[in-house]
Design a protein around this ligand. Sequence first.
Ligand code: ES4
Ligand code: ZN
Length: 326
Amino acid sequence: MTTPASASRPPRAELHVHIEGTLEPELAFELAARNGVALPYPDPASLRAAYEFEDLQSFLDLYSAAMSVLRTEADFADLTRAYLVRAARAGVRHAEISFDPQAHLVRGVPLEDVVNGIAGVLERSEAEHGITTLLIAAFHRDRDSADALDVLERLLAADAPIVGVGLDNAEVGYPPGLFQAVYARAEEAGLRRTAHAGEEGPAQNIRDALDLLHAERIDHGIAVVDDPELVARVVAEQVPFTVCPVSNVRLRAVPALAEHPLPAMIEAGMLVSINSDDPPYFGAYVDDVDDAVTAAFDLTREQRAALAAASFSGSFLPPDRVAAYL
Ligand code: ES4
Ligand code: ZN
């Protein structure tokens, strides 16, 4: 008899999760009522039923629309708390959470309400949920990089409690090089650097994120397998890749889980972790992702433990704190 994966789930870190992408339909309706905002669906079940995506853009359209319910500091606090409660159940002990400041600024939500709402809950996360956390400000690559730079300066001036910066939203047509000045400023300010690359875009975007942005970590990065020379480099440098296999299937970056390059990335010796990305939208928190890849690839206990260990060693925690988790 085989043991269910859940019975032996190893503790893990989650390194790739968008806090706005953790908005459950039920909470969306609660916040919509509280704020007098209308959602174009009659109830949570109809909204959840709309989570069928053709590609990254079709997801981003719905994700942006649902975000309209997030208006106040309390909304961001409630959103963050709900994620932490569910993540704790998934065995998450450390979470590096991204937020999209520009998605809220364009709607007139003050930056400090967003940051204070999220950070106020993260401050108490270790005590209340048993999860240590770090916060990442992610910039929209399909917006002008001057806007990203302006938002970064505002975060720095406000001494916002962020560990680093990221780059997300539509990838094709918006290469990493556009954001060189933003990442140079982040590096100068002592911030850590990650970037979505090679999700829908080519392997060259991964190379450019490393070389032009000095990214220390790559989000998704599944296109790396198209470029053996790049695979050899990221293996040699042990660049962490935060892979989101269920997200990639749901956004049709890969046709099916069985065809996902995760096993090839592991076999090559890359430092890969598995992550949820936007859990309710893709129907899977990180424990569900663990179950899905364990079943699809018949992963051994050792391989699952290696994925969990890589989630800590790929984190932005200092080495002594990583060692304490391993
Ligand atoms: C995202 Cl799956 C994905 N890709 C790019 N940007 C994003 N923002 C939220 N989820
Ligand atoms: Zn993502």
